[in-house]
Design a protein around this ligand. Structure first.
Ligand code: PMP
Length: 359
């Protein structure tokens, strides 16, 4: 047999397995999950739905019950929705259907690393339009120019890992300025005081909006994401996707979560309040810079971030995400907003590690 790497698709041969840097800790604030979990009443309703779900039959590929719940929530025709195995699958399938063979994909780093990873794996050429190094705002004119001949342009709002919003007016201008598609990734929109670009779907034929149940709905383990777009674009997703990628249990439980969405309102409020509280506490510590965030996490810069990250894990059993090696994010950590107790633990630990007690 030839060398495995030589047998592989060259774009795959250079990759290492994705490592989310999981560690067994008491406080996990590393992956922007929802620490509160699914509300108990919703859990009971999910358990009931799961008990009635037959595992011997293949799932309906288009997840009709879940799609109907999502359509009712967003006030959008179900034909404009496709469900995937997490938002990640939606991103992958978008590049699979529209990318490939040197097609240009534009994104605005620092941002979610999966865009570049999947785009390159599928043979696209990624063009970066870097954000302002201090505010992380998008360079709008540079983006409009770069996107003109792009196949896919990605805008993340709120952006991961910076928490920055993109103005709706920019999305409108972008959709008009590009010959390709615009993916607006709204994975964290439920935490933002900002309107969704979904309202623009009827007027912008090249807009694709991505949402997920992983964050606000505390359903990261269930792996449900979805795209909203013109029916013709949704049809292309349906054509390229693995038909059974979203299993019956996840479909059934997610439909319950969306139907019972009012039960999550208190949790969302707590996370938003926790974000203000944590940002305020961290900003009091000398040497710590906190960026404003519209998501369920905070980006912070502090002295010797990598060693603080290690010591949080090893001495305080707290895991956050280390971005200190990412271009533009030197000495930065990303901290998910957790429960009040978790927020307090991470604030106290950082203050202690930087040699100061919180006032
Ligand atoms: N988009 C962004 C910006 C994210 O941060 C994430 C999760 N980290 C996703 C999409 C995908 O989330 P999931 O696959 O869990 O739906």
């Amino acid at each position: 047999m030839r060398d495995l790497k030589e047998l592989m698709r060259p774009a795959a041969a250079v990759l290492e397995p994705y490592d989310p840097a999981f560690a067994a800790v008491e406080v996990n604030l590393s992956s922007n999950e929802n620490s509160f979990g699914v509300p108990p009443a919703v859990c009971d309703a999910m358990a009931h739905a799961l008990a009635q779900t037959a595992a011997n039959r293949y799932p309906d590929p288009l997840a009709p019950a879940l799609r109907a719940e999502l359509a009712a929530w967003h006030g959008i025709d179900p034909e404009r929705i496709i469900v995937g195995n997490g938002g990640d699958e939606i991103i992958f399938n978008l590049f699979l259907a529209f990318g490939a063979d040197g097609a240009k994909v534009v994104n605005c780093p620092p941002t979610f690393s999966i865009y570049r990873l999947y785009a390159e794996l599928l043979g696209c050429a990624v063009a970066d339009v870097p954000r302002d190094p201090k505010t992380f705002a998008i360079d709008e004119e540079a983006l409009l120019a770069e996107a003109a001949d792009a196949r896919i342009t990605v805008i993340t709002t709120p952006n991961n890992p910076t928490g920055t919003l993109a103005p709706l007016a920019l999305i409108e201008r972008l959709c008009a300025a590009t010959e390709g598609l615009v993916l607006v990734d709204e994975a964290y929109l439920e935490f933002a005081d900002s309107p969704s670009s979904l309202a623009l779907l009827g007027t912008l034929p090249n807009l694709v909006v991505l949402r997920t149940l992983s964050k606000a709905f505390a359903f990261a383990g269930g792996r449900i994401g979805y795209a909203l777009a013109a029916p013709e674009i949704i049809d292309t997703f349906a054509a390229v996707r693995q038909p059974y990628s979203v299993n019956v249990f996840s479909q059934a439980a997610a439909a319950v979560a969306v139907r019972e969405r009012a039960a999550y309102e208190g949790i969302l409020r707590s996370i938003i309040e926790g974000r203000s509280w944590l940002a305020g506490e961290l900003a009091k510590i000398e040497g710590v810079r906190v960026w404003p965030s519209s998501a369920n996490f905070l980006l912070v810069r502090l002295p010797d971030a990598h060693s603080i990250w290690e010591r949080l894990r090893d001495e305080h059993s707290i895991l956050v995400r280390d971005f200190s090696q990412t271009p533009g994010l030197g000495d930065c950590l990303r901290i998910t907003v957790g429960t009040p107790r978790e927020n307090e633990r991470v604030a106290v630990a950082i203050a202690e590690l930087l040699g100061k007690d919180l006032p």
